[in-house]
Write a protein that binds this ligand. Structure first.
Ligand code: FAD
Ligand code: NAP
Length: 532
């Protein structure tokens, strides 16, 4: 049982306060934490008022339920009675009421698309909307069997005008291999751009092109007559992915299980051959195994998770993923930023020579909801990992001369890959400085690695700032302040190209941003890592 303390809730550092889009965060009443909500949903209480019945809801009916005490909201075609949830909503009752008696899908996606509402609200499910959500016009014209011809892409009209040129795909075979080729028609694709999963009988390849996602989504099948459970046996678990960057071509090479000629590639699944805005795609998860867990500080651990052999996924620098665990029957999802296994690979031989492993530095909050569960996992247990999200672009490093990193606590995590990448790949770089805010010396993550890196690479400097130092501490003291920043953020040349990255508790980042603007740094010179 989790021991939830009786102090102000959510605590200033609680994820339940870390909401995107700058929306207001409201203090919740005592006994209204996420864990309390989960308990209520397990209590057997009738939360919909329908005694477990599911009904078809017409638009007229939905509109009637628009008060706090009787509030129905539709999300992706499913209707929920959210009145019992009102007091537990971290964004407050007024936020929920904005969607009362209507379709709240867009509002929900803007604020927290990643929250697993299906699981959180399952006891509030009233039923489906009577009118089915519109299916893209051309969908039924898609060939039912993919026989090597290029089917027409599912590109909504509006997208065709404003989005990137729609990719297409084709497939080829030899006796032992099937190669799926995606023609992205873009030049800046790389191995991070494509995420491939072969799970059960479905094959899914999502190519990220700017803010859009192009999906190949099929049941692989060597024969048009094959039945579903035969299909998963058609190819071996592992496959390879190659990118020909200069022509924007991605090749996925699958190994056949039997050397027989395939009549077709398979049968299309939902959104197959579609180009859709990334924000409109759901998060896709795969189960990863916990390989190791070691202490980084007294409360922060380095977790290593292994992707399944049937997944190709590389998290781009500066992006995060969502980890999902089922806690007392409810799926809980929280964001985490992958790191490298160390700051300098020379300090530690890479244990594993490929990209199958993802590392996380995660602080365990004893009274938190998610991290104690994560901490209790045994080696070999599974955690689900989502596709990457985030808006940091490697292009921000172009011609960069000065890189300043402002990190507080685990806000250090995005800085790890940024440091590794910048010091190794950006030849224009003259200076990299990290200002790392922590409460005490014991809280500093990877202190000795940072000091070694500063010793080894003359371009890099680190300054530790402690808010609760002991009397022996000779370094900088205090919190983020204009004085500390103006002294720290000195350009190497008067007009040098500079980038400042900032990450930490939401209030730290917000304050820091304001101070940076006051110090006349432009928006283009600042990247803030936030929950959005
Ligand atoms: P929560 O339940 O959210 O609790 C957090 C704090 O609130 C704890 O101090 C807890 O004691 C306190 N608290 C909880 N309930 C109560 C209550 N009823 N009363 C008073 N206090 C309470 N974190 C990392 O460690 N590493 C990362 O790489 C990382 N990356 C992130 C990336 C992004 C984009 C974002 C937005 C966040 C990231 N985080 C990261 C933070 C992470 O997502 C979680 O917020 C964090 O792990 C806490 O989760 P939790 O469920 O264990 O704690
Ligand atoms: P912590 O140990 O509580 O604090 C670290 C440092 O930040 C301390 O020096 C602390 O000073 C300062 N700080 C905390 N709250 C502050 C505030 N309101 N204003 C100014 N300074 C403040 O931090 P933590 O527990 O590791 O938390 C890290 C946070 O980073 C979490 O909220 C997590 O969600 C976030 N994070 C975000 C991302 C992302 O968005 N991409 C990635 C990783 C982590 P004081 O002693 O004065 O409080």
């Amino acid at each position: 049982m989790l021991n939830i303390p009786s102090q102000a809730f959510p605590a200033p550092s609680s994820q339940q306060r870390v909401a995107s889009g700058g929306r207001s965060k409201v203090p919740l009443k005592q006994g209204r934490s996420l864990m309390d909500w989960i308990r209520l949903t397990k209590s057997g209480k009738d939360l919909t008022g329908l005694k477990g019945r599911l009904i078809e809801v017409t638009e007229e009916e939905l509109k009637k339920h628009n008060t706090k005490d009787d509030c129905w909201i539709c999300i992706r075609g499913f209707v929920y009675n959210v009145s019992p949830y009102m007091e537990y909503h971290p964004g407050g009752e007024d936020e929920l009421m904005k969607a009362a008696g209507s379709d709240g899908t867009d509002l929900f996606d803007q604020v927290h698309r990643w929250v697993n509402y299906e699981s959180m609200l399952k006891e509030c499910l009233v039923g489906r909307m009577a009118v089915k959500p519109a299916v893209p016009k051309d969908y039924h014209e898609e060939k039912k069997v993919l026989n090597g011809m290029l089917p027409k892409s599912q590109v909504p009209d509006a997208l065709a005008k404003e989005g990137p040129v729609s990719p297409s795909y084709d497939w080829f075979q030899t006796d032992s291999l099937v190669t799926i080729v995606i023609y992205t028609k873009q030049k800046d694709v790389n191995l991070d751009s494509v995420i491939v999963d072969h799970q059960y009988d479905s094959f899914r390849a999502e190519t990220i092109i700017k803010d859009y996602s192009y999906l190949i989504h099929i049941v692989l099948s060597r024969s048009i007559y094959a039945i579903a459970n035969e299909l998963s046996h058609a190819i071996q678990e592992d496959f390879s992915v190659r990118v020909v960057a200069n022509v924007g071509k991605i090749e996925i090479v699958l190994k056949k299980k039997e050397n027989t000629s395939w009549e077709c590639l398979g049968h299309p699944l939902e959104n197959h051959n579609s180009l859709i805005p990334k924000k409109d795609t759901g998060l896709y998860y795969r189960k990863c195994q916990l390989i190791s867990k070691e202490d980084a500080t007294h409360d922060t651990k380095l977790f290593c998770l292994m992707l399944p052999p049937s997944t190709h996924l590389q998290v781009p620098i500066g992006q995060h993923v969502y980890l999902k665990l089922t806690i007392t029957g409810t799926e809980i999802v929280k964001p985490y930023t992958p790191v490298s296994d160390s700051l300098l690979s020379e300090f530690k031989e890479p244990v594993i020579p490929n990209n199958k492993y993802i590392y996380f530095l995660i602080k365990i909050y004893p009274a938190g909801l998610f991290t104690p569960e994560l901490d209790h996992l045994q080696i070999g247990d599974f955690v689900s990992i989502s596709n990457p999200e985030g808006n940091f672009k490697i292009a921000q490093f172009q011609e960069l001369e000065d890189l300043f990193l402002l990190a507080a606590g685990t806000g250090f995590t995005p800085m790890v890959k940024i440091l590794n990448y910048a010091l190794t790949n950006i030849s224009s770089l003259r200076k990299v400085k990290l200002m790392f805010f922590n409460k005490t010396e014991d809280d500093i993550i990877w202190r000795s690695q940072l000091e070694k890196l500063a010793f080894k690479d003359k371009r890099f400097d680190v300054e530790f700032v402690l808010s609760q130092p002991t009397s022996e501490w000779n370094g900088k003291k205090g919190c983020i302040s204009p004085g500390l920043l103006s002294e720290f953020l000195k350009r190497s040349l008067d007009n040098s190209k500079v980038l400042i990255c900032i990450c930490g508790p939401a209030a730290f980042t917000e304050q820091g941003m304001r101070m940076l603007h006051d110090l006349n740094f432009s928006k283009d010179e600042i990247h803030a890592f936030t929950a959005s």
